[in-house]
Design a protein around this ligand. Structure first.
Ligand SMILES: [Zn+2]
Length: 250
């Protein structure tokens, strides 16, 4: 499994929980030796401007986070491109799913998912995309940007029991008709994290279901990191998900 990463993501760029010291290290230390790390490249400004307003881009630049946010978006584009052939994961921050076209909140700046999926669509690499957002929080930014586009279907499951959650994922995943299944992979629904619902085996099962759906559809698949804040369980949950998504031995 290819994991797109850059050492710049270790930066503690703000005081929010997504930017906390040690957060990326907690994932890298668990994935190390199990995956192939590829170096992230920044997104072109044109690819960001295709989904965000000039005013928003200006605000992110003025805030001093343009370069890091563009690197996260670029890593997600790389994961999406690779994902058309083999499952891939963009291990990035800042996260993106609360970034709308013209504003952002919730520790997000550019919508990494929307930048990547919109680029694949624009370039004719996919006809239709299915986006599964498994973060604890509703991905309002992704819905703002892609929700009104005919080519994208977006699902945000929500449940207080793991069995209900897994059933929602299973029922939502397509079996035909899409060229890409993309996962906004937040891990804050995890036990020990803010949501307290999903165990590592649940994340493994979600990954497995996504991979199976992608095979059924003849589609590519990739995931990008969103939330997840307890450094003691974040790496384990992330690895379990990738084991399911990418057929890693476990
Ligand atoms: Zn979240």
């Amino acid at each position: 499994m290819n994991v797109i990463f850059h050492e710049d993501f270790y930066q503690t760029y703000t005081s929010d929980p997504a930017a906390e010291a040690g957060r990326m290290e907690s994932i890298v230390s668990v994935l190390d030796g199990r995956v192939d790390f590829l170096r992230a490249e920044p997104a072109a400004e044109a690819d960001i401007a295709a989904v965000h307003t000039d005013t928003h881009i200006h605000h992110v630049r003025a805030y001093g986070l343009y370069d890091l946010a563009a690197l996260a978006a670029g890593a997600t584009i790389q994961a999406a491109m690779i994902g058309l052939e083999d499952p891939a994961f963009a291990l990035v921050r800042p996260p993106g799913h609360h970034a709308s076209a013209g504003r952002s909140w919730g520790f997000c700046y550019f919508n990494n998912m929307a930048v990547a999926v919109a680029k694949l669509k624009r370039e004719g690499r996919i006809e239709r995309a299915f986006i599964l957002d498994i973060d604890l929080h509703f991905g309002d930014g992704t819905v703002n940007i892609l929700g009104s586009q005919d080519f994208a279907t977006i699902v945000n499951p929500s449940a207080s029991r793991a069995s209900d959650y897994l059933r929602q994922v299973e029922e939502a995943l397509p079996s035909e008709g899409v060229g890409l299944i993309a996962v906004s992979a937040g891990f804050d629904y995890g036990k020990g994290d803010w949501g307290g619902v999903l165990a590592p085996e649940d994340y493994r099962e979600i990954g497995r279901m996504v991979q199976e759906a992608a095979i059924d559809c003849g589609a590519g698949c990739f995931a990008v990191l969103e939330g997840g804040y307890n450094h003691r369980v974040l790496g384990v949950n992330c690895l379990a998900f990738l084991e399911g998504l990418g057929d890693l031995p476990w």
